[in-house]
Design a protein around this ligand. Structure first.
Ligand code: GTP
Ligand code: MG
Length: 198
């Protein structure tokens, strides 16, 4: 299903407008500017599918994309933790993201993106707490791996593995990616295909 064209389904700003909870859903979550939209474009092979920007706060709604021949949707979400945006906006986005993560019945996995340069921050731990409580499986994907040295990346992977081992709903596999240099993309795509076909 990753070999053919994905399509935009809908964008929503509040929980009452979510599309029907049909098929498998996989959501991409993480701090603002971590590379969620870029990763979706790399995985689907459609550069302009999800809008990206060097300015944090680009994605402001839940954007749903639908696979061509499988009942699978992926969701691009607003980032959390963007300190420069107006307080009410940040609260509205965080509220939307967290209510969606907590209450979506067909949400099979959350891809939790972590910037390789920054590692896991306080608000990532808060997102993990929420997902642990809601029993939604989350999988850490490191982004922008082209920005750090291989030795630093190896250390980050083992530190992250140690941290995840203590968490209830964390998937043990960590995938390091670079959307820019196309690293780890095939591996993650294969993992998501497996999930969608289960
Ligand atoms: P919000 O929607 O604002 O939360 O951001 P986002 O998480 O969707 O990030 P987005 O994909 O828009 O990317 C943010 C910036 O990071 C852009 O300038 C991208 O070009 C850059 N970026 C994304 N992935 C990579 C990567 O693998 N390597 C490098 N070097 N830059 C990347
Ligand atoms: Mg985005």
């Amino acid at each position: 299903m990753f070999a053919r064209a994905w399509d935009f389904l809908t964008s929503v700003t509040d929980m009452s407008n979510l599309p029907d909870a049909a098929g498998t859903e996989i959501a991409f979550a993480g701090r603002s500017n971590v590379g969620k939209s870029s990763l979706i474009n790399a995985l689907t092979g459609r550069k302009g599918l999800a809008r990206t920007s060097s300015t944090p706060g680009r994605t402001q709604m839940l954007n749903f994309f639908i696979a061509p021949d499988t009942p699978l949707t992926i969701v691009d979400m607003p980032g959390y933790g963007y300190a420069q945006a107006p307080k009410e906006l940040v609260e509205a986005w965080t509220q939307l993201v967290f209510s969606y993560l907590r209450g979506r019945p067909n949400l099979r996995r959350v891809i939790l993106l972590i910037d390789s340069r920054h590692g896991i921050k306080k608000n990532d731990l808060e997102a993990m707490d929420l997902l642990d409580k809601a029993a939604v499986v989350y999988q850490v994907v490191l982004t922008k791996s082209d920005k750090i040295k291989p030795t630093q990346l190896a250390r980050l992977i083992s530190d992250t593995q140690a941290l995840l081992a203590k968490r209830i709903a964390a998937h043990p596999l960590i995938v390091a990616t670079s959307s820019e240099k196309n690293l780890g993309i095939d591996e993650l795509r294969a993992e998501l295909c497996l999930l969608a076909n289960q």
